[in-house]
Write a protein that binds this ligand. Sequence first.
Ligand code: FAD
Length: 485
Amino acid sequence: MTERPALLWFRDDLRLSDNPALRAAIEHGPLICLYIFDTSAGRRPIGAAARWWLSRSLTVLSDAITAKGGESLILRGDPAELLPRIVQEADIGFVAWNRRYEGAAIALDKELKATLSEAGVAVESFNANLLNEPWQVTTKADGPFKVFTPYWRAARERGEPSAPLPTPGKLSKAKLPAALRKQMLTVADLALEPSAPDWAGGLRDAWTPGEDGAHDRLSSFLDDAIADYRNGRDRPDRSSTSRLSPHLRFGEISPRQIWHATKAALETGNTRGSAADAEKFFSEIGWREFSYHLLFHNPGLATANFNRRFDAMSWEKDEAALTAWQKGQTGYPIVDAGMRQLWQTGWMHNRVRMITASFLIKHLLTDWRVGEAWFWDTLVDADPANNPASWQWVAGSGADAAPYFRVFNPVTQGEKFDPNGVYVRRFVPELAALDHKFIHRPWEATASALKQAGIVLDRDYPKPIIALDFGRRRALDAFSALRSE
Ligand code: FAD
């Protein structure tokens, strides 16, 4: 061990366990644990719901670092400028970080690696957040995959992911130079949480950000809900999915940990789930891996059509319809329930994400990028790979995408996946008393059913903002014109 301090730069890996960069830094010397809230122009700013999550998660991480004898250095600014300065001022001998995969982040990391190496500082980066690096899974012709199933087969053929690293014991704290200490911020100084108005009450009720919260969530999923995963994961009225997405997004838990904990639970009989449930769960983790594979090979995934034929699409720009969609006031209960779940809790069930996205892109013929941006701002799990890849998947412009003629019907989807209207009643309480025959089609309700439920349409709940047949036909015409170009 040298006496020059080592710098660990935390980014999307807000955890102490299974953190390879942290382990490497500990081996090199007394530690500075750095987090920079990136305000540089080159990177996409995170959305409001994700800022709330980040604030909570950073607080938990920073407390955990302190409890182990370490200290976190929180700063705000441009890492390209800050990092070399910190390294120089604190006479750092070794810098470590875990990799990110957005184009701008990769470019920044490369630039920093070059600058620091030139200055004689050792720099190492690691894979902490994926089962496989995006470039490790290749087709037989050594290229990237465009279709999920062969991608996942090839990924599985690479064997089991390595075992997760343990949580370190005590952290030895490096002495911070006075100049740096003066610039040190608290998490509260970053002002990431909303105050006027404070809209985060629903988020606070729904989530426990941080490493312990992530592991608790995984344990309770493995104990119980996983047994309903294969059958129930498409049902928004049930709690059959893990809800690990925001924890994964901020790297509070790693997919390696999820993988091995699931396997261990199966082997010890410590779960109600079966091997088949686990396999289905792993394949969804596989979709996340596939999104990162796509992002790495297509850095413009959030802004450019993967299939460039879609560049010719002429989208509608109906502001009133967009606002109705955002506020959950479209008159289609399953769409409105989803958009309100998103607004209240910062999360939406996957099936309903598909339904609401399809409604915006197909029935309202709105550019998928508009919906992607709204989700980016309102999801606590807003993810640089999963969000654009999924939006492009629904639009049909993405890799392995839904076919253009698949236009989800929000009524039949609602009746199939929320058959008793439990989900709708929860998030659209003004419909709570409506007879279940009409819960997904209130505009067809008889006068007596409406009266009995105390509902006046267009006063208590909107009539549909668009006729489904009209929207579907318009979308099919627009999308098929594209195909023949
Ligand atoms: P589980 O079913 O328990 O799955 C476990 C994990 O696997 C998830 O946490 C997630 O990391 C991954 N996963 C599951 N389903 C998918 C999927 N279809 N695609 C990619 N990864 C998946 N997911 C995000 O993490 N961030 C996003 O910003 C995001 N935006 C989306 C936008 C749209 C329009 C759609 C249709 C899907 C989006 N998804 C996104 C994917 C998916 O909806 C969520 O990952 C999932 O609902 C999270 O819930 P869960 O953790 O309970 O999932």
